[in-house]
Design a protein around this ligand. Sequence first.
Ligand code: BTN
Length: 261
Amino acid sequence: MDYRALDVESIQSRLSAAPVGHTISYLAQVTSTMDVAREKAVGRAPEGLVVAAEEQTAGRGRFGRNWVSVPGKNLSFSVVLYPNLWVANRLAIGASVAVMRAIREATGLQPSVKWPNDVMVNGKKVCGILVETEVQNGGVRHAILGVGVNVNLDPPAHLETGYRAGCLAAELGEEIPREELFRAVLEELGLVYAELKGWGLSWEEWQATMETLGQEVRVQWDTHVEEGVAERVDPDGNLVLSRGDGTTTTISAGEVTLQRR
Ligand code: BTN
């Protein structure tokens, strides 16, 4: 080994009670931390377990792209989570906010986000986020959140990406100790996740107590009227109505009247 290994015990011990990173499985080489974390999730490992690796032989990004992890240089890890669908749909956005906060805290750099969740510094991508969710019977079995931060090494140029990649050290002008940054990323991820989960619970309660669902309704807004069965609400809170002719429509606002017969 010709790099300084991360002291994961010290990182674990310096985290607050937020729910990510209290157990870190730190490996030298894996295919992808996404695969290892998925296996752990299938075995119902505790929520917040982190699988980190120095090298990935088949690291992956969005759209089937490669993600390169060079030992000792950057941060590559995945987190095992058991969110509901509402939370799962917001994980990547939440993670980008958490990573940006951690970069600010640990380096003083000022990151920004390229839609939807690439973290950039000075116009170069320094962090990629990947969420892989397994859904069964309409519910989320688990979600794996993968984060790759280019800390001390620019990734090799990749012709197909369509963006400029960079690393934090090049933007700061000096090498960055990885431990403090890793700790800050896990801490902020935990805080954002707890916040999302809290909201997710309110969301579930809202849905569970919604008398409208399953009913025949009439919805009116301005001069428009739609009639049908209120099937469900979508992740943005819109009402999905199934019309008599078998088509569906999504309604974002209106006055609902139950059609009692
Ligand atoms: C992207 O921007 O396309 C997402 C890149 C995600 C890379 C991370 S590195 C850790 C985890 N393991 C992987 O194989 N991918 C994610």
